[in-house]
Design a protein around this ligand. Structure first.
Ligand code: AMP
Length: 452
């Protein structure tokens, strides 16, 4: 079914074309028409299925008419974490570029003053984590009585994080006459109960699980006994395989992105980097180099790489296992796209074990472990020299022609130890704030994007 048949406005069809989407994903095809008809929806879908656009697109059209009033948002989207909230805000920015809708993001870790100022001006779309919303509500800064559309996203994750009582309370503050959309990857009994209580004759839409069970992607865990040094050595071995024609390598931290890219370049790989500290123009330039094949390896942070849709990526590496299991699905989904096959390797050091447990729980799959290499571990002293000598297939950079024991030996010292708290997924949004290390997009500072 083409996008044009879903009932969206011409402006949105243009935005979808600009985003490079040729046809709706199954959740979009099934959800957009009933949402436009103002039906309540239960969408059983994970991230990676295109579910965000399945509510953002029709919301933009529904909210196109009408005016916002001070402190009275017209719609509310609840997200369990600030990363997800920021991602939804990015979607509004992307698809709503031609609309005059104003948006505010209420999340922990951002100055409350800006958020309050945004609310005072009146917003069409309020995207919030439950904790910060309840806080501002308690201070009398928000009235939810004008909110005629509610989205509860990632409901089962909200349950895991203990947000259900907050959500119940928020629901009671909204008008009874409203449209409610609930999305959840699974439907455990408390979520079913929530839906029964707060949704009105909802249409239930269920779509297949995405990338995690995408059989086009072969997934491997790569056990590594030591720290960053060992990981880099093992990574280079895997990169040397002939089937790795190009690769995106994800790291949890911007510092790791920088250090790894530097190290790969020193070893003669044609690599580049994208992370949140880079200007948008720089990121695009680096991406173009990768798309054109001038660099074959892109080292990336999650947020910088979110939504990347690059055709023909043969391999994804998780240099660190992601803190949030959803990010695993996002990351590996950068390969095996559009019917192609791909491989995803996740390096597993001692500090990654808990994250792997969470990923396997989320996806319901055990990921196979790659056997450890037979050769004994090399001393750091010899490594760079030997690696450099073993790189005949790849163009060596001028620097890599010379042995570089100095640079390589100095690297472990620059490796930052990971704080313990960040190694497990945060339980509440306060904890997410503490662990946040992604780029801070503009809308996190300003919390209001009013156009027109
Ligand atoms: P989501 O499940 O909302 O997190 O979306 C997962 C990814 O799919 C995002 O990178 C979107 O940009 C992308 N996406 C959303 N809709 C489409 C579409 N119709 N065609 C291709 N990609 C899409």
């Amino acid at each position: 079914m083409p996008f044009a048949d879903l009932g969206l406005s011409n402006e949105l069809l243009q935005a979808v074309t600009d985003a490079g989407y040729s046809e709706p994903t199954p959740i979009q095809a099934a959800a957009i028409p009933p949402v436009l008809m103002m039906r309540d929806i239960i969408g059983i879908a994970q991230t990676g299925t295109g579910k965000t656009a399945s509510f953002v697109l029709p919301m933009i059209d529904i909210l196109a008419h009408g005016r916002s009033r001070a402190r009275m948002p017209r719609s509310l989207i609840l997200e369990p974490t600030r990363e997800l909230a920021a991602q939804v805000a990015e979607n509004f920015e992307k698809y709503g570029a031609n609309s005059n809708l104003s948006m505010a993001l209420l999340i922990g870790g951002v100055q409350m003053g800006d958020q309050i100022a945004a609310l005072e001006k009146g917003v069409d779309v309020l995207i919030a984590t439950p904790g910060r919303l309840m806080d501002l509500f308690g201070r009398g800064k928000i009235l939810l009585t004008g909110c005629s559309m509610l989205v509860i996203d990632e409901a089962d994750r909200m349950l895991d994080m203990g947000f259900i009582p907050d959500i119940e309370e928020i629901c009671t503050k909204l008008p009874k006459q409203r449209q409610t959309l609930l999305f959840s990857a699974t439907m455990p009994p408390p979520i079913k109960k929530l839906a029964d209580k707060f949704l009105d004759n909802p249409k239930r839409i269920e779509v297949a699980r995405p990338a995690s069970t995408n059989t086009n992607i072969t997934q491997w865990l790569v056990p590594v006994s030591g720290g960053g040094h060992d990981k880099r050595r093992r990574l280079r071995e895997l990169l040397e395989q002939p089937e790795v024609t190009n690769a995106i390598i994800f790291c949890n931290r911007k510092t790791t992105v920088r250090e790894l890219n530097k190290s790969l370049k020193q070893h003669g790989f044609k690599s580049g980097e994208i992370h949140g500290d880079m200007e948008q123009a720089q990121r695009i330039a680096e991406l173009d180099l990768f798309k054109d094949g001038h660099v074959t390896i892109l080292v990336a942070s999650d947020v910088a790489a979110r939504g990347l849709d690059i055709k023909g990526v043969s391999t994804v590496f998780n240099f660190d296992a992601p803190w949030h299991p959803d990010d695993y699905v996002h990351r590996i989904g950068r390969t095996g796209r559009a019917g192609a096959t791909g491989t995803a390797y996740t390096m597993v050091g001692p500090e990654d074990a808990e994250n792997i447990d969470n990923i396997e729980k989320l996806t319901g799959q055990k990921i196979a472990r790659l056997a450890a290499p037979a050769e004994p571990e090399r001393a750091p002293r010899d490594e760079a020299r030997e690696e450099s000598a073993r790189l005949p297939r790849r163009e060596r950079s001028p620097r890599a022609e010379r042995p570089q024991p100095r640079a390589e030996r100095s690297e472990p010292r620059t490796e930052r130890p990971e704080p313990r708290a960040a190694a497990r997924p945060p339980r509440r949004e306060e904890a997410v704030d503490a662990g946040w290390n992604g780029p801070v997009p503009d809308f996190l500072h300003v919390a209001l994007s009013a156009r027109g």
